[in-house]
Design a protein around this ligand. Structure first.
Ligand code: CP
Ligand code: NVA
Length: 310
């Protein structure tokens, strides 16, 4: 059954039903094949995507911009100093003005509330390209990558080791929606937000999967099909980086830790990686690592999202 998603915003994974998630994956797969076989797929001819970036980006910027071009549209990049937002124009007014010119907005910023407000006041779809609380496009690309590698999502175990940050939050929502067990290991004081853990526990009831937050990385990684990590200090937390290096040292993903995962486990990281901190080269560059497939799939999955909502 096809679901009409035109006009829908993607603020967090929780906004999507299970059916919508699988619809995105089906179209991602089809668009990936079309790109590989050189078949045109200009589903958004003449449409314009505005891309607002208050934080730096390699993957999100390039994959959205290339993606909209491949779909026949154009992308307009707005950096941290480009819009009147910088001089105090409200999110509400920005949303209403941009809706008169554009067909969709992708935004990467600090405050998650700003993206909620942008989506509420815009009459065009708003796609969250990362906030301090969520990174839904990354997790959709990650789940799609897992599906490609493992042929299934339901019944797998994902271990997330490190900071209870935006990635942990979106992975909690995403894994629990699709029926994967998720075990998050963080040091005390760095756990994911309780409300989001509770959402995941609620989601997990549908398939009867497990959601847990533990302190021991070994406990999380035991028998995992997927071992996931992210930087210890996210964008905006640079001043805490040195302190965090000490606190998170026991959470490094290295050969001693991954030996507790299943033999055919896959290693994932949203990137950018701080090699030698949260992960070492022996793991990131091992045959189990799928980090560059994840990065590539940002392109295919976001093209599917844009084509469905714009
Ligand atoms: N994973 C990710 O969002 O990367 P960028 O910060 O480079 O966009
Ligand atoms: N947690 C990281 C993810 C980067 C893609 C950050 O917010 O900086």
């Amino acid at each position: 059954m096809a679901i009409n998603m035109k006009g829908k915003s993607l603020v967090e994974i929780q906004d999507l039903s299970l059916e919508e998630i699988y619809q995105i994956f089906e179209l991602s797969s089809a668009l990936k094949l079309k790109l590989y076989s050189g078949e045109p797929h200009k589903l958004l001819e003449g449409k314009t995507l505005g891309m607002i970036f208050a934080k730096p980006s390699t993957r999100t910027r390039v994959s959205f911009e290339v993606g909209i071009y491949q779909l026949g549209g154009i992308g307009m990049y707005f950096g941290p100093n480009d819009l009147q937002l910088k001089r105090g124009e409200t999110i509400q007014d920005t949303a209403r003005v941009l809706s008169r010119y554009l067909d969709g907005i992708m935004i990467r910023t600090f405050s998650h509330q700003d993206v909620i407000d942008l989506a509420r006041f815009a009459s065009i779809p708003v796609i969250n390209g990362l906030t301090d609380l969520h990174h839904p496009c990354q997790v959709l690309a990650d789940l799609f990558t897992i599906l490609e590698k493992k042929r299934t999502l339901r019944g797998l175990k994902l271990a997330y080791v490190g900071d209870g940050n935006n990635m942990a939050h979106s992975l909690l929502q995403g894994a629990s929606k699709v029926g994967m067990d998720i075990s998050v290991a963080t040091p005390k004081g760095y756990e994911p937000l309780k409300d989001i853990v509770n959402q995941a526990i609620e989601n997990a009831k549908y398939f009867g999967s497990k959601v847990e937050v533990v302190e021991s990385p070994l406990e999380a990684v035991k028998d995992a099909d997927i071992v996931y990590t992210d930087v210890w200090a996210s964008m905006g937390q640079e001043s805490e980086a040195e302190e965090r290096k000490k606190i998170f040292a026991p959470y490094q993903v290295n050969p001693d830790l991954v030996k507790y995962a299943k033999d055919d486990y896959i290693f994932m990281h949203c990137l950018p990686a701080h090699r030698g901190e949260e992960v070492v080269d022996e793991v990131a560059d091992s045959p189990n690592s799928v980090i560059f497939d994840e990065a590539e799939n940002r392109l295919h999955v976001q093209k599917a999202i844009m084509a469905l909502v714009m």
